[in-house]
Design a protein around this ligand. Structure first.
Ligand code: ATP
Ligand code: MG
Length: 433
């Protein structure tokens, strides 16, 4: 049995249990949507008329994971299911949270509070669909439509606008005209939404199956101009025209590198990238990962423009020096990004005199990295202590400079990574310093 059908059977047991106790109980939410749309299912949400306390009592070991909203987590046969009491939401506060939750006994009432018709279907354990807003029809026609009055729905909860872009992009749906117009009219309400929530939606868009489409919708809607903390230019105000190439093919890349390509395409500086990633509440190391690639790019450009363009050996060495400075992971990512530009018949670097250098790097870069004798400064066969002892000198800025110089020469294969050779070279450098 597949994991999916196993999970469904266990969930059906939960529903059956609730029904036997006299409650109405259904599959709801993303599960029904993906089931109806013939997509892979990863989790199952359930809803029932049982008040949370009664539901907790019915399932020993259930956890009150979101009691405020009537949600508990039920464990059954090795799977976990979120079970939410049918509810309606009254009076929204702050354009995000309902101020009151009221439990109701009819599933139709519960479906009415849900955001889009495709998310507002319920299914019995026998597979019968309850679909008062024709979500199945919209799914078949490829349309994303708000439940009820879209203007009201976006004003109740402004996060729904980001969800709208995400569902439209990831499911290849076109946004219903009234829903789209309401989104445009309410875009500025996005400032009420926590940056974590915006980032999480943005991540699912950029890392989803159709990132270019998602970015186009973000550009057209101008949503990103109105985030709670300002993202600033150019991140907040790219236009669909900026997104043609190479971002149009973003979906062909591994998710992690898409962010790097995005930053390179928008010509962000490393500092700007770190600021943006911080504002978007990414983990610090994510910002650093992307900004290192941009810093490497700037470094290479400086070195190349400094007159290396004609000398293949010097170019290779500069690339390895860059990898030493910013990390071989950054160097690999830079290569992957440059390949992405090339695959579209473009070049990462616009300067015509750098065309052959870029091409050569793309061809040889991976090998240059793989065969790099010293990939990090701590892979040198000598440490700072050794140099201090051998040169009989006090520490100072010269030490770091010398270590780096040794690492660069060893990385380029111009100096063997052996103790005696390194120390001899350090003595030579010190005499000149
Ligand atoms: P996925 O799990 O793939 O993100 P999903 O539709 O299951 O998709 P969830 O965030 O898990 O999304 O929410 C479950 C269901 O709860 C949705 O299908 C929708 O019916 C409802 N829902 C979630 N967020 C909102 C919201 N902000 N406004 C209205 N309904 C919502
Ligand atoms: Mg879900």
């Amino acid at each position: 049995m597949t994991r999916e059908s196993d999970m469904m059977e266990e969930a059906a047991r939960v529903l059956e249990r609730l029904e036997k106790a006299g409650y109405a109980a259904f599959f709801v939410g993303g599960f029904v949507r993906d089931r109806v749309g013939g997509r892979e299912v990863h989790d199952i949400d359930l809803a029932s008329s049982a008040p949370p306390e009664e539901a907790l009592a019915l399932f020993p070991g259930a956890l009150p994971t979101g009691l405020k909203h009537g949600t508990i987590t039920v464990r059954q046969g090795g799977h976990s299911f979120e079970l939410t009491t049918f509810r309606k939401e009254s009076e929204y506060e702050d354009y995000r949270r309902p101020s009151g939750v009221e439990y109701v006994s009819e599933v139709e009432e519960d479906l009415r509070r849900r955001d889009f018709t495709i998310n507002a279907m319920a299914m019995t354990r026998q597979g019968e669909l309850i679909d008062p807003f024709d979500g199945a029809g919209d799914l078949r026609r490829g349309i994303l439509r708000a439940v009820g009055d879209p203007d009201l729905r976006f004003r109740e909860d402004a996060l729904r606008m980001m969800r709208c872009v995400r569902f439209a992009a990831n499911y290849g749906l076109s946004i219903d005209r009234d829903t789209w117009l309401a989104l445009l009219a309410n875009a500025r309400l996005l400032r009420h939404i926590a940056m974590e929530r915006v980032r999480s939606e943005l991540e699912r868009i950029v890392e989803g199956p159709h990132p270019a489409e998602g970015l186009r919708l973000l550009a057209d809607s101008r949503l990103l101009r109105y985030t709670k903390e300002r993202l600033g230019s150019p991140f907040a105000d790219w236009t669909a025209a900026d997104l043609a190439e190479p971002l149009g093919r973003l979906g062909s890349l591994q998710p992690a590198i898409r962010w790097t390509v995005l930053a390179l395409a928008l010509r962000l500086s490393p500092q700007e990238t770190e600021r943006l990633w911080r504002v978007l509440t990414f983990p610090v190391k994510e910002g650093k990962r992307v900004s290192s690639v941009l810093a490497l790019d700037a470094y290479l450009l400086r070195e190349w423009e400094g007159g290396l363009a004609s000398d293949a050996e010097e170019q290779a060495c500069a690339f390895r020096k860059g990898a030493l400075l910013f990390g071989t992971d950054a160097a690999s990512e830079w290569l992957a990004a440059a390949r992405h530009w090339t695959a579209g018949g473009l070049r990462l670097w616009q300067e015509p005199e750098l065309a052959s250098a870029e091409r050569r790097l793309i061809e040889e870069g991976e090998r240059l990295l793989r065969e790099m004798p010293v990939k990090r400064i701590d892979e040198l066969a000598v440490g700072g202590e050794d140099l201090l002892a051998a040169l009989d000198q006090k520490g100072g800025p010269w030490l770091g400079r010398t270590m780096r110089r040794l690492a660069e020469e060893a990385a380029c294969g111009r100096l063997p990574n052996e103790r005696t050779a390194l120390i001899a070279r350090a003595v030579e450098l010190a005499a000149r310093d």
